[in-house]
Design a protein around this ligand. Structure first.
Ligand code: SF4
Length: 396
């Protein structure tokens, strides 16, 4: 795989490259992509889902903006939000006011919660020269209600980005982008399958960093990166630990610190599935590349998309079943709920999801974090005790 003209191979080299992309809060890779050709534009998006295909079809780079992590000191951002809420809006504001996103031509704010909704309005006032879109998705999955509404939203986004580019987005451009993202999702699926089968060969922190690189790299490059990582990870022999297997959930918006993900495995828990960076696998089937591309994207969202706590589930009997299915599919032995502090979408659903797991006799634990949580010892102790108890129960 070639990144910035350099051949990178072996898991160590690939992960070092991904780590440097992860650490770079000035988004140098995206800046370089933009300046490599005149007229290029970059559209930022926040978690958890936007149709990146439409941005790509406008020849623009979709850039995942996922807060400031544990390296960014939030100075100005604290003045805009209550100090007790989650950290991602405050650190995102910090990224904006400190000039780290000054090369971004547009920002999309998906409808995940009121915090992000408010951030979209604030962004409009703070950065009046930037295209800002609050991207609403349907809460009703009937084709003639939510479906037609969503087709309208997608068409509007397509028109807006066409105007920003200076020429309309054609159907063929959209079909090409759909194909490119189908390929990317396929490779992400292979990465997740590989980790679920042999988690010692693809540690959770590595899988995360590889996935996270896709937030800043062009999608074609990211697909190649995953393929190279998989080839390298399969070729290496790594020791298998006596860890239990868990599904990590509620981590779909504000990102947990990388050390938290590492700590879970060090404490004895292999992560075999998670809801991190769901934008990379929100759609669960290939989107058709024939017919009306906007209709196809809308149909995929309505009928072939990931169930999560972040998505409205009209059928109460279905509520939480995706977690039970994830446990069965991956052979997991338990679930860890790790939600950002004050995250309404994650924390309001948690009791219902826990009930579903209790009924299915699936053990779970729960804790909260912030993207800049530094003290991992309590989490390591909880996760370690959880892993030990799973082994004791399963041996009994
Ligand atoms: S972490 Fe939760 S509450 Fe905070 S912005 Fe994200 S979804 Fe909203």
């Amino acid at each position: 795989m070639t990144m910035s003209g350099t051949k990178v191979s072996g898991t160590k080299a690939i992960i070092e490259r991904c780590q440097s992309l992860f650490d770079d809060l000035h988004f140098t890779a995206a800046r370089e992509w933009k300046t490599a050709k005149s007229g290029r534009k970059v559209i930022g998006y926040m978690p958890i889902y936007v149709p990146r295909e439409i941005i790509h079809a406008a020849d623009m780079l979709p850039l995942g903006v996922l807060g400031g992590g544990d390296q960014l000191e939030v100075i100005h951002g604290d003045a805009y939000y209550q100090s007790y809420i989650c950290r991602i809006p405050r650190s995102t504001i910090e990224l904006g006011v400190s000039g780290r996103l000054d090369f971004v031509d547009g920002m999309m704010f998906p409808s995940i919660c009121d915090v992000i909704r408010n951030l979209s309005g604030m962004w409009k006032m703070m950065f009046p020269d930037v295209y800002v879109r609050y991207f609403d998705v349907p809460q009703n999955y009937a084709d003639d209600i939510g479906g037609s509404y969503y087709v309208g939203e997608l068409a509007e986004l397509r028109d807006d980005l066409g105007k920003l580019r200076g020429s309309p987005i054609t159907d063929d451009e959209l079909r090409n982008s759909i194909e490119v993202y189908n390929e990317n999702r396929k490779m992400v699926g292979e990465l997740y399958d590989f980790r679920a089968k042999t988690p010692w060969q693809a540690p959770a922190a590595e899988a995360y960093l590889v996935l996270r690189a896709g937030m800043v790299l062009p999608v074609e490059e990211h697909t190649a990166l995953i393929a190279d990582y998989l080839a390298a990870a399969k070729a290496e022999k790594r020791p298998m630990r006596d860890n239990c297997r868990i599904v990590l959930t509620s981590v779909f918006c504000e990102q947990p610190p990388l050390n938290l993900i590492k700590s879970l495995e060090l404490a004895g828990c292999y992560v075999v599935d998670d809801d991190l960076l769901l934008v990379t696998r929100w759609l669960t089937e290939d989107v058709p590349t024939d017919g009306d591309p906007i209709q196809n994207l809308a149909d995929a969202f309505l009928h072939h998309s990931e169930s999560t706590a972040a998505k409205y589930e009209p059928n109460q009997a279905e509520k939480g079943q995706y977690l039970v299915r994830a446990v069965k599919r991956t052979g997991a032995e338990g679930v860890i709920f790790a939600a950002p502090s004050f995250c309404d979408p994650a924390l309001l659903d948690r009791p219902m999801l826990q009930n579903v797991l209790s009924e299915a006799n699936i053990p779970y634990i729960a804790f909260k974090y912030a993207e800049n949580s530094g003290q991992m010892q309590p989490i390591r102790e909880q996760a370690g005790t959880f892993a030990d108890s799973i082994k004791l129960w399963s041996a009994a």
